[in-house]
Every structure is written in C-alpha cells, then in structure tokens.
Design a protein around this ligand. Structure first.
Ligand SMILES: NC(=O)c1ccc[n+]([C@@H]2O[C@H](COP(=O)([O-])OP(=O)(O)OC[C@H]3O[C@@H](n4cnc5c(N)ncnc54)[C@H](OP(=O)(O)O)[C@@H]3O)[C@@H](O)[C@H]2O)c1
Length: 223
C-alpha cells in the first residue's frame, strides 16, 4: 500500500485526491487549516493541521506525521480578483507568494526526510505557470502566474539538490471554489475528472527520478 501526505486537503482538489487515493487503497494523511471542517476528510484520511504560511505550524506537523511515499503540496490561493501587479497592495503580494510558493517550499524542506526511499514530491502547479504558454493577451493573472512560476522554480531546486522525483502538476481547470471563482464562472472539468487523472499521473511518474511538468492527463507542459 502506498502512502501520501496531502497538504491542503480539507476541500477542493486536495479533498478529491484524498478520497480517490483512499478508494484506490492508499494510506492517506491530509492536512487542514486549524478550525476547518474536516468531517469529509476524516472519512478517508488521518487528519493533521497546518497553515503553510506559518513557521510555527511546522514542528507540530512534524510531530504528528510519519513517513510517506508521496508528499503532495496542494494548498493554494487565487489571490485578489484583480490579480494585477500594478494594483496589488504589499499585503496582497506577500500573501499570494507566501501561500503558493515560499510557505509550501519551506515546509517541504522540513518534510524531505519524511519521504521514504525513492519517494516523490508533487506540487500543485498550473498551466498558468508556463512562460512558454503565456501568449493569450488580456488575462489578468499576474500574481497567480508569478506565484506558480516561483513554485515550479523552487521545486526544481529541490530536485537539483536532492535528485528526488518532483512532479509539477496542472490539475486542469476544475470546478472547485477557486476554479469557479466562488461560483461565478464555469470551469472546464469536474473535480472527479481532475483528481482521477492526477492519481493516474502520480502512479505513472512516481520514482521516475526527474522533475516533470505534467497536466492531469499526463501530457508534458512547456516550461
Ligand atoms: N481549480 C482549478 O481549476 C485549478 C487550476 C490550476 C491549479 N489549481 C491549484 O490547485 C490547488 C487546489 O486548489 P482548488 O482548486 O482545490 O481550490 P480550493 O477549493 O480553493 O482549495 C484550496 C485549498 O487550499 C487551502 N489553503 C489556502 N490557504 C492555505 C494555507 N495558508 N495553508 C494551508 N492550506 C491553505 C484551502 O483551505 P480553506 O478551505 O481553509 O480555504 C483549501 O483547502 C491550488 O494550489 C490551486 O492553485 C487549481
């Protein structure tokens, strides 16, 4: 039985992944923010708590969890609706970078020795992190794009420094709170379709020894 730690699993894609992998026989540990509703997560996973932006949450998490075949950093935010680097306040700039990149990467460094031999680190990226694919004019996604590019870059550094398998995964445009901007726009795919695909991608690429940037269907994305 394979084991996974999913950081950010109380709802959305993290919860969907926890449910799907549990149904496939994985041993799942999932984290939620303190005080979050973890009833659904608790049905399929051992539940721990962490806010990825808080250094003080790292030691308690380390004390609560064991070792894993896969660690998947899923937690993330869209940032302010305007998403503009010109309009953003300093707090908005700092929040999205801490939540989507620096916080998760700092946490991963503390969790590296919790990966079993041959283990895999996955980070929830986005096709919006692709510099090569940034060709569509008018998309106001400055902050989100920058945070996910930075996440991919620091995930690459972990691969380069450790030789670990690292997967930067684009889940597709999925119907979560984030994917629908809290129900105001229509996404392209269901959570189930996205997480079923990502589970297959995990199994097909675990332990490959590379840093791969793949979508939910296993297709490589250009950096
Ligand atoms: N949905 C899409 O179409 C799409 C596309 C590309 C990439 N992604 C990425 O997929 C990941 C999951 O997003 P989602 O669509 O499932 O969105 P979601 O439903 O909004 O879920 C985001 C999760 O991250 C958690 N989170 C936010 N800030 C956190 C923090 N500081 N510490 C720990 N957890 C935190 C949230 O906790 P709360 O429930 O407490 O808010 C929530 O569980 C994100 O990294 C996102 O960027 C999503």
């Amino acid at each position: 039985m394979s084991s996974i730690l999913i950081i950010g699993a109380e709802r959305g894609l993290g919860l969907g992944l926890a449910q799907t992998l549990h149904a496939q026989g994985w041993d799942v540990t999932g984290t939620a923010l303190h005080g979050a509703d973890t009833v659904e997560l608790g049905k399929v996973a051992t539940v721990s708590n962490v806010d990825v932006t808080l250094a003080r949450d790292i030691e308690p998490l380390l004390a609560a969890v064991g070792t894993f075949d896969v660690i998947f950093m899923v937690a993330g935010v869209y940032g302010p609706l305007h998403n503009s680097v010109v309009e953003a306040t300093e707090a908005e700039l700092s929040d999205i970078m801490m939540t989507n990149c620096f916080g998760p990467i700092r946490l991963v460094h503390h969790l590296l020795d919790r990966l079993n031999s041959g283990g895999t680190l996955a980070v929830m990226s986005s096709h919006r992190a692709s510099i090569a694919l940034n060709t569509e004019p008018g998309l106001k996604l400055d902050l989100y794009r920058a945070s996910k590019v930075a996440l991919n870059m620091l995930a690459r550094t972990i691969h380069t420094d450790t030789g670990l398998t690292v997967l930067s995964i684009h889940p597709g445009w999925a119907a979560t709170a984030m994917g629908t901007l809290d129900g105001t726009v229509e996404a392209e795919m269901s959570v189930e379709e996205s997480v079923t695909g990502m589970a297959e991608v995990l199994m097909a690429n675990m332990g490959c020894g590379e840093h791969r940037y793949l979508d939910w269907a296993g297709r490589p994305l250009p950096w």
